[in-house]
Design a protein around this ligand. Structure first.
Ligand code: LLP
Length: 419
């Protein structure tokens, strides 16, 4: 359920017609709905209401815009960060340091120091090498951070290979069979508070089964660790719940997910931590674009829009489906290939797709673009960096500027010797 709905023949973001926002801010741009974001944040948390101790950290990578993070901070969410940049954003948005979890397979020493200096709530480490390094840096700084060890449970998440993270051959976490020994060794460091384990098997999961299997393996590990006399007070179950990108796609609801988690974890006696990204932000954003022209093709016509793969990379990267809907539908339909202006065939949003009819000058949206949308934008083909707009009821604001090609060019230098 989102607040991008047709009212009086025009799709609105909450109370505002997208035609007005396009006039005000230009296209292409991302439009976020604060109401949708808040709703998803609450529904996710309600789904977990049967669990005794819960910590929710929004996966900042899904949408790191400061305004988005501020809304989620006000909803009581912490942050799951994977870089010094994301850490700085979470803090700048007002998230409490103790509610921040630092994940990621390649934290640098400088990033570890940043996290320690800020006294963040937890580090999720992904290797014994990283554990020893964090221990040394923490000792030098006189800190003793809370740490979980990320496990690779060797479970197939049944999602796109590029966003699958829990198979043995993936770079993430430590093999579950070696986890107990690694944990015990790291627990020997007096500068680490080794308090639990973490798991995240992938993103855009449409079935609970792989998650359940991974969590059961984690449960066995927790028991093994406790049998060895180690204290486990926290388990981080990661993110991963999918969202519906197209009709007929039915991901598990937060309530179903919560019920599964409650069942698998009923004897664990730990604080359960979650890192949802897409399920919170995905349907809270659209990319608004204008049709430049409709070009006759070999088969179906090419609808050439002013948004491109640099603005919304998911179709080019993962063959992802994003619904394309005219802002002022006239009730007729057409078959189309939807493409951007960039000079490669990868810049294709959809092939041979039935859509509401559009013509040159019309506005349209790509739906479900609030997660992994603007944050993955680039300036390829010397295009502007796409702006972001937040709508909240009747209010709207530019929350990330359009960075034009001249500004980007101004950051480049010609060395003297080329004079
Ligand atoms: N926690 C960890 C450790 C993660 O690696 C991720 C996502 C999440 C949480 C959040 O997962 P979510 O709840 O959003 O599924 N760019 C790709 C998605 C990459 C996801 C990477 N990790 C896409 O556009 O589909």
């Amino acid at each position: 359920m989102d607040f991008f709905q047709l009212k009086g023949g025009i799709i609105h973001a909450e109370n505002l017609p997208l035609t007005v926002l396009a006039e005000t801010y230009g296209t292409p741009c991302y439009i976020y709905s604060a109401g949708t974001l808040r709703r998803h944040a609450r529904v996710f948390r309600e789904g977990l209401s049967a669990l005794p101790k819960v910590h929710c950290a929004f996966a900042v990578k899904a949408n790191p815009n400061l305004a988005i993070l501020r809304i989620l901070a006000k909803e009581g969410y912490g942050a799951d960060v994977v870089s010094g940049g994301e850490l700085a954003r979470a803090l700048a948005a007002g998230m409490a340091a103790e509610d921040i979890v630092f994940s990621g397979v390649g934290k640098t020493a400088a990033e570890m120091r940043d996290g320690l200096k800020a006294d963040i709530g937890q580090f999720n480490i992904e290797s014994i090498e990283e554990g020893h390094e964090l221990a040394a840096i923490a000792a030098e700084m006189g800190k003793c951070p809370a740490v979980t060890l990320r496990i690779n449970p060797d479970v197939d998440a049944a999602t796109h290979a590029k966003i699958s993270t829990g198979k043995a051959e993936n770079k993430f976490g430590v093999a579950i069979d070696h986890a107990a020994d690694i944990f015990a060794e790291l627990a020997g460091h007096s500068s680490l508070n080794m308090r639990g384990v973490a798991v995240h098997i992938g993103s855009q999961l449409l079935s609970l089964n792989p998650l359940k299997m991974a969590f059961e393996r984690v449960g066995n590990l927790v028991q093994q660790l406790r049998e060895r006399g180690l204290t486990i007070s926290h388990v981080d179950l990661g993110g991963g719940i999918g969202v519906p990108y197209k009709d007929g796609e039915v991901p598990p609801s937060p309530a179903e997910y919560g019920a599964m988690v409650a069942d698998v974890t009923r004897n664990w006696d730990v604080t359960l931590m979650f890192e949802p990204g897409r399920v919170i932000a995905g349907n809270a954003g659209v990319m608004l674009t204008r049709v430049i022209r409709v070009k006759q093709g070999h088969g179906d016509p090419f609808v050439v829009v002013d948004g491109a793969m640099n603005d919304l990379a998911r179709p080019a990267l993962y063959d992802a489906y994003h619904d394309f809907v005219p802002v002022q539908p006239d009730g007729t339909n057409m078959m189309a290939n939807i493409v951007g202006p960039i000079c490669e065939t990868g810049d294709t949003f959809a092939r041979n797709r039935p859509i509401g009819a559009v013509k040159a000058g019309d506005l349209a949206i790509f739906r479900t673009a609030g997660a992994y949308g603007a944050t993955m934008a680039s300036t390829y083909n010397s295009r502007a960096l796409v702006p972001e707009i937040l709508v909240d009821g009747d209010q709207h604001a530019l929350v990330a500027d359009r960075i034009d090609p001249a500004t980007i060019m101004a950051a480049e230098r010609l060395p003297d010797w080329l004079d």
